[in-house]
Design a protein around this ligand. Structure first.
Ligand SMILES: [Zn+2]
Ligand SMILES: [Zn+2]
Length: 155
């Protein structure tokens, strides 16, 4: 297959516009504010610091297991459809042979149910980067690290 399959995966934000994330170092969950595209307030960063343990990681290494599962599931559905389309095309040119969609050609990957984002955790704003608030569990507000620069603060 030489065509690239683009799979739009939209992850739900909570009512305050925060996206759930998981740190691979401490395996704790927190949320960061999801800036709209082109938002001048969004701080350019090449890595983020975990607000809970302060360990930095690349921008795309913060998926929660549920988000990964959802992403793979969505991709699976798209690949499944692309396979069917490719097969239909392949059979179209052959005279006298009729190809019909048949479930036996399906990879049988179910598109997952949409994720639900509960409104848990509390908003904390780092004094050094108030434009990049995070949400952490209520019990963790005594010691929070700035997402952008890793500075420690108490909310
Ligand atoms: Zn962490
Ligand atoms: Zn900062």
């Amino acid at each position: 297959m030489d065509e690239e399959i683009q799979v739009p995966v939209s992850l739900p934000l909570d009512d305050d516009g925060f996206l759930r994330r998981e740190c691979s170092a401490c395996e704790e969950e927190f949320k960061w504010f999801s800036h709209a595209e082109g938002d001048a307030d969004a701080e350019p960063a090449s890595q983020y610091f975990c607000p809970l343990c302060g360990v930095p990681a690349d921008l795309d290494s913060w998926w929660t297991p549920a988000q990964l599962e959802y992403g793979f599931g969505s991709a699976g559905g798209a690949i499944d459809q692309a396979m069917k389309d490719a097969l239909t095309d392949a059979f179209k040119g052959i005279k006298g042979l009729k190809f019909e969609h048949n479930s036996s050609f399906s990879l049988d990957i179910e598109t997952p149910d949409p994720l639900i984002e509960p409104n848990d955790m509390v908003i904390v704003e780092p004094p050094c980067h108030p434009n990049e608030p995070t949400k952490v569990p209520e019990t963790s507000t005594d010691c929070v690290f700035c997402l952008i620069c890793g500075s420690q603060f108490a909310a």
